[in-house]
Design a protein around this ligand. Structure first.
Ligand SMILES: Cc1ncc(COP(=O)(O)O)c(C=O)c1O
Ligand SMILES: N[C@@H](CCOP(=O)(O)O)C(=O)O
Length: 415
């Protein structure tokens, strides 16, 4: 059935148009709604090649195409955390490691769909505001599709790895004197012009790609009890929830997970309002956090995320920068998983909630680790390290043996 666009606030429905993003009646964001023509048995999706990327689930996506722009995104590892289960006190704990995507973050799932659409509607150029990952992903997928990419980035606030990716893929970078929210307003203005196709998450077609994360979880472990997602512009948690709701609506599953959104304390417009019992976010002009990916004061998808959490019976929580860095360290040093700070926020949130008795002791919990640690190499300086300096081979061997035999414990945080 032909997809429609539906307002998340007033429910008004519209015929699809690739550049209709907000409801002409009430100004809220739209979502894509459709009924698949065909519903293959779920086992069929697993049989398909991983190199099809999100298009493995093509019957459950609203865009029909013979030529998707794909790099095999998705099909990311679901990793059981046996050591952290004991440390945190959760029965079954998994990380869905989105750092394993082609450009190192979950954005690739959405970008594959959005760039395919941009090409199909004849756009020559794409535009995105970004704290870094959207930029890297947009630049890579647009390069593959032969589209010119314009990126609006908050100056000095994008992690090195992400900036390097955007440069490597040949994007045109506009550094904005101001934060992400200003960059996003600029991207929205540019998107009004015919030349540009926007790739941020106010574009509901992009989120259709991101819902496949939910499909993969269902494929691997069924419906988990809880899913924890770091929240910035609030698109991803909304997309994952939409994926699970569709699985239920289309008869694949009979239950739903609780969605839990985690924000950094210094950039927590949604979590702080939710915890204060309000019904709308407390936007801020000066978000600040070590987790630069989620340094966002006015999340554009706040209503979609709010509904995901309240309808599912989950919660929003905020975590401090030191809680985020501790989670980053635990993931890396206990489980071998390198997360960028924002990616570790989900784990920081579940650690905090577990310590407050949030879980009943027999649940399956999934934390989405949204971006790879290599994205933000600078964040390594927050962790203690042992560096031995040696002036000769004998000296090096002696220093190594001292440590191995416990004669020297030289562990310092660098930076
Ligand atoms: C690594 C990382 N984690 C989490 C988020 C938050 O995702 P969303 O903006 O969809 O809430 C972002 C971007 O905002 C990100 O880049
Ligand atoms: N973390 C994001 C912020 C932009 O969010 P988007 O989902 O609206 O593109 C980024 O990587 O830029």
């Amino acid at each position: 059935m032909r997809p429609r666009l539906r307002c998340v606030n007033c429910g008004a429905e519209y015929d699809p148009s690739p550049k209709l993003f907000t409801c002409p009646k009430c100004g809220h964001l739209l979502e894509v709604v459709f009924t698949p023509d065909e519903l293959p048995p779920f086992t069929e999706f697993r049989r398909r090649s991983r190199m099809m990327g999100i298009w493995r689930f093509k019957e459950l996506l609203p865009l029909k195409t013979e030529r998707p722009v794909t790099m095999g995104e998705g099909s990311t590892p679901l990793i059981r955390l046996e050591k952290l289960e004991k440390i945190i006190g959760v029965r079954r704990l998994y990380v869905k490691f989105e750092g394993a995507n082609p450009t190192g973050s979950f954005k690739d799932r959405g970008m594959s769909l959005a760039i395919t659409l941009a090409r199909e509607v004849g756009s020559k150029a794409v535009v995105a505001a970004s704290t870094g990952n959207t930029a890297a992903s947009a630049a890579a997928y647009a390069a593959r599709a032969g589209l010119k990419t314009f990126l609006l980035l908050p100056r000095g606030k994008v992690a090195l790895g992400k900036l390097a990716q955007s440069i490597m893929h040949g994007a045109i970078i506009v550094e904005i004197e101001g934060n992400f929210d200003l960059a996003l307003d600029t991207a929205k203005e540019l998107a009004k012009r015919d030349e540009f196709y926007p790739l941020n998450s106010f574009n509901p077609w992009r989120l259709e790609g991101q819902k496949t994360l939910g499909f993969e979880l269902f494929e691997d472990i069924g419906v988990p009890d809880h899913i924890f997602v770091p929240v910035g512009n609030a698109g991803n948690i909304s997309a994952i929830w939409k994926g699970f709701k569709e699985l239920k609506r289309w008869g694949y599953s009979d239950s739903l997970p609780k969605m839990n959104g985690i924000q950094a304390e210094g950039a927590s417009p949604i979590a702080s309002a939710f915890k204060a019992g309000l019904r709308a976010p407390l936007f801020t002009d000066s978000p600040e956090t070590v987790a630069t990916a989620i340094r966002i004061g006015k999340p554009v998808n706040w209503l979609k995320a709010w509904k995901a959490v309240t309808e599912s019976g989950g919660t929003f929580e905020s975590v401090t920068d030191s809680e985020i860095l501790r989670a980053q360290r635990l993931l890396a040093r206990e489980e071998g998983i390198a997360a960028e700070p924002a990616g570790a926020a989900s784990v920081a949130g579940l650690i905090k909630l577990a310590s407050q008795g949030y879980f009943n002791g027999d649940e399956t919990v999934v934390a989405v680790v949204t971006g790879h640690g290599l994205k933000d190499p600078d964040s390594a300086r927050f962790h203690p390290t042992m560096r031995l300096r040696a002036i000769s081979m004998d000296d090096a061997i002696e220093k190594v043996m001292e440590v191995l035999e416990g004669r020297s414990v030289e562990e310092k945080a660098v930076g």
